[in-house]
Design a protein around this ligand. Structure first.
Ligand code: ADP
Length: 580
C-alpha cells in the first residue's frame, strides 16, 4: 500500500493551513496568558478576588489549550481557547456588572474570528458558529447583567477606572485585531496566488511532458504496428501467426494506454474536443463490436448485441469517441467477467424529425462492484482493489475518460451493480439526425485499395516509418519517391514536380516539415500536402497546420484504412496529369 511520505503530508498541511490558523491560535493563547497575568495582578491590587479567580481560571484553561497544542491535538486548542475566553467575559460581566464595561470585550472577539478561521471550509460554518455564540453572549450580558455587581463589592471610584480601562482596552484590542485581519488576509491572498501560479506551472510542465512523451512513444509504436500490418500479409506458419497475434495484442494494448494517458492529459488541460461527422449508428456499433467477438470467444463468455432496427439511421456525432466509450465498457465487461454473458444494447428512447435519443447499455454477469466503490471508479485512477481485480491490468483511466467524453456529448455514464451479480453501465445521448444522402460510401476491404497512376512523395526521417508507408503505398500501386528531410524533399520536387501528393513529416533534421511546407506552397501551390505527425492533433494544432498550408494530416500510428481514406480524399488519380 502506498503511504503518503512526509513531504506530501507537509505540502497538504501547507495547502489547508495557508492562513496559518493553528499558529495564530497558538499566538493568541500566549497573548492571552500574558494579559491574564497582568489582569490578575490588577484585580489583586483592587482586591477584586472573584474577578481574580475568574482570570485565574481563564489562565488555567488557556494553559490547558496550549498543552493540547503541544501534545499534537491542535484541533482542540481553538475551541478550548475561544470558548474559555467567551465564558470568561460572560462570567466577568456578571461578577463585575455592566458598569465595569468588561462585556465590551465581546466586540473585539468578533474581529479576531476571521483570523482563526480556515478559508477552505465550506460556507465558513465555524466562523458563523462562533459569531452567533459571541453575539448571543453579548446580548445575554445586556439583557440579564445587573448594572452593578451583587457578587462582589466594587466602589464607584473603582467602577470608573475599570470602565475607562476596559473601553480603552476594547478599542485597542479591536484595532489590533482589525489590523492583523487585513494584514493576514493580504498575506493569505498573496500565498494563494503563489500556490495557484505554482500549481498552474506544474500542470503546464506535466502537460508538456506527457504530450512530448506521448509523441515519443507513438513514433516507435507506429513502427511496431506498421510492421505487424506488413507481416500479416506474408505467408506465415501457424506458430508465427500466433506470435504475431500476441505481438499485435501487446502493441494495441500499449497504444491504448499511451492514448489513454494522452487523452487524460488533454482532459486535465481542458483541451479534449469532439469532431462530429455523419455516420450510421447501427453500422458503427456492429463494426465496433467485431474485434470483440474473438476475444469473448477465447474467454468462453457470450457476447450478445441487441441494436434497435430504428437505429439504422444517420446521425451527426463523434464516431471515434462514441466507439471509444463502447470499447472501454466492453473491455471492462470482458475483463471482469469469467463466465456467463455480456450484452451490448442500443435502443431508441425518443425520436423527432431533428433528434434521436439513444440509450446504450453494457450489461455483464461478472464480479460486480460494491456500492461503496461505485462512485470511486469514475475518478481518475479509481480502481476496486480486491483479490478478484488484482489480477487484472489497467490504469484506472478508462471510465474517467469515458465519463468526460460523455459529458462533452451532454450525457452521463451511470452504473448499477451488485457484487457477484454483474454490472450494468449505461448512458443516454441525444443525436442530431442527418439525411442518408450525405453519407460517403466507404471502401472497407484492403485488397480493393488502388492508387494506380498516383505519384506520391514521402518525406520522413524515421527509417522504419518510411519503410512501412512506402511498402503500403507500393502495395496500393502508387508510384513513390522518398526523402529523409525537408531539404532533400525540396530537391526531389525540383527534379519532378508532377507529384499528386506529398506526405510530409513534421519533425525532421536539416529542414523540418514546418519550414518545408512554406517552401512547397510557395513553389508548388497546387500539390496537396498531408502532415505526417506523431502528435495528437487538437483543434488548435489542426488550425495551425491548415494555416501553414497543409491540406490535412495523418497521425502516427495510423491504420492502413485511415491512410488510404485520407489519400483518396485529397487526390484522385488522373490518367493524363496536368503539371503545375
Ligand atoms: P481500468 O483500466 O483499471 O479498467 P477503468 O476506469 O476502466 O480502469 O475502471 C476502473 C475500475 O472500475 C476497474 O479497475 C474495476 O475495478 C472497476 N470496473 C469497471 N468496469 C467494471 C465491470 N464491468 N465489472 C466490475 N468492475 C468494473
Amino acid at each position: 500500500m502506498n503511504r503518503p511520505n512526509n513531504k506530501t503530508s507537509i505540502k497538504v498541511a501547507e495547502m489547508t493551513d495557508i492562513k496559518e490558523v493553528s499558529k495564530r491560535t497558538y499566538q493568541l493563547a500566549y497573548v492571552c496568558v500574558g494579559v491574564c497575568f497582568v489582569t490578575l495582578l490588577l484585580y489583586l491590587f483592587y482586591s477584586l478576588y472573584l474577578s481574580a479567580l475568574l482570570v485565574g481560571l481563564l489562565l488555567v484553561f488557556t494553559l490547558i489549550g496550549i498543552w493540547f497544542n503541544n501534545r499534537g491535538y491542535e484541533k482542540y486548542t481553538k475551541p478550548i481557547i475561544l470558548t474559555t475566553i467567551m465564558l470568561f467575559v460572560l462570567l466577568l460581566a456578571f461578577a463585575e456588572g455592566l458598569a465595569a464595561g468588561g462585556y465590551l470585550y465581546f466586540i473585539p472577539i468578533l474581529f479576531a474570528l476571521p483570523l482563526l478561521t480556515e478559508s477552505n471550509k465550506p460556507y465558513k460554518k465555524e466562523l458563523i458558529f462562533y459569531f452567533i455564540v459571541d453575539c448571543s453572549a453579548f446580548c445575554c450580558c445586556i439583557l440579564f447583567c445587573p448594572e452593578k455587581s451583587s457578587w462582589q463589592h466594587i466602589s464607584d471610584e473603582t467602577y470608573k477606572s475599570m470602565f475607562h480601562l476596559n473601553t480603552t482596552g476594547t478599542l485597542t484590542v479591536a484595532i489590533i485585531f482589525v489590523y492583523f485581519s487585513f494584514y493576514f488576509e493580504k498575506k493569505y491572498a498573496a500565498a494563494l496566488f503563489d500556490q495557484i501560479a505554482k500549481a498552474e506551472n506544474a500542470m503546464h510542465t506535466r502537460t508538456a511532458f506527457l504530450s512530448n512523451m506521448g509523441h515519443e512513444l507513438r513514433t516507435p509504436l507506429n513502427g511496431i504496428s506498421g510492421i505487424i500490418g506488413l507481416l500479416k500479409k506474408e505467408e506465415l506458419t501457424p506458430g508465427q501467426q500466433e506470435y504475431l497475434n500476441l505481438l499485435k495484442y501487446c502493441s494495441d494494448q500499449m497504444l491504448g494506454l499511451v492514448n489513454d494517458v494522452l487523452d487524460f492529459n488533454k482532459i486535465e488541460a481542458g483541451k479534449l474536443e469532439l469532431h462530429p461527422i455523419v455516420f450510421n449508428v447501427k453500422q458503427l456499433l456492429n463494426q465496433a463490436v467485431q474485434p470483440f467477438y474473438y476475444r469473448f470467444e477465447q474467454k468462453n463468455v457470450a457476447l450478445k448485441v441487441q441494436i434497435d432496427n430504428s437505429l439504422d439511421e444517420n446521425i451527426m456525432a463523434d464516431d471515434l469517441r462514441l466507439v471509444q466509450v463502447i470499447n472501454n465498457l466492453l473491455s471492462n465487461a470482458l475483463k471482469f467477467t469469467e463466465s456467463g454473458q455480456v450484452k451490448l444494447m442500443a435502443e431508441t428512447l425518443q425520436r423527432d424529425y431533428k433528434t434521436i435519443g439513444v440509450r446504450f447499455t453494457v450489461q455483464d454477469s461478472g464480479i460486480g462492484i460494491d456500492a461503496r466503490y461505485q462512485k470511486k471508479i469514475f475518478e481518475s485512477f479509481g480502481q476496486v482493489i480486491n483479490e478478484n481485480t488484482r489480477k487484472q491490468q489497467g490504469a484506472g483511466l478508462g471510465l474517467t475518460i469515458s465519463q468526460r467524453l460523455l459529458e462533452l456529448m451532454g450525457s452521463t455514464l451511470e452504473v448499477t451493480s451488485e457484487p457477484g451479480q454483474g454490472s450494468t453501465f449505461f448512458f443516454t445521448c441525444a443525436f442530431e439526425r442527418v439525411s442518408t444522402a450525405s453519407v460517403p460510401v466507404e471502401i472497407e476491404k484492403e485488397n480493393e485499395y488502388d492508387l494506380e497512376g498516383m505519384q506520391i512523395l514521402v518525406v520522413e526521417d524515421n527509417p522504419i516509418n518510411l519503410m512501412i508507408i512506402s511498402k503500403l503505398l507500393k502495395d496500393w500501386k502508387a508510384q513513390i519517391n522518398t526523402a529523409v528531410n525537408g531539404k532533400l524533399g525540396m530537391d526531389s520536387l525540383a527534379e519532378n514536380h508532377a507529384y499528386d501528393l506529398i506526405l510530409l513529416d513534421l519533425q525532421m533534421p536539416e529542414m523540418d516539415g514546418y519550414e518545408a511546407i512554406i517552401e512547397i506552397k510557395k513553389l508548388y501551390p497546387r500539390i496537396p500536402v498531408l502532415a505526417f505527425t506523431a502528435s495528437l492533433v487538437d483543434d488548435l494544432m489542426k488550425n495551425e497546420l491548415l494555416n501553414l498550408g497543409f491540406d490535412g494530416y495523418i497521425t502516427k500510428p495510423f491504420k492502413a484504412q485511415e491512410l488510404y481514406k485520407k489519400i483518396q480524399k485529397f487526390c484522385t488519380p488522373l490518367p493524363a496529369h496536368a503539371n503545375p
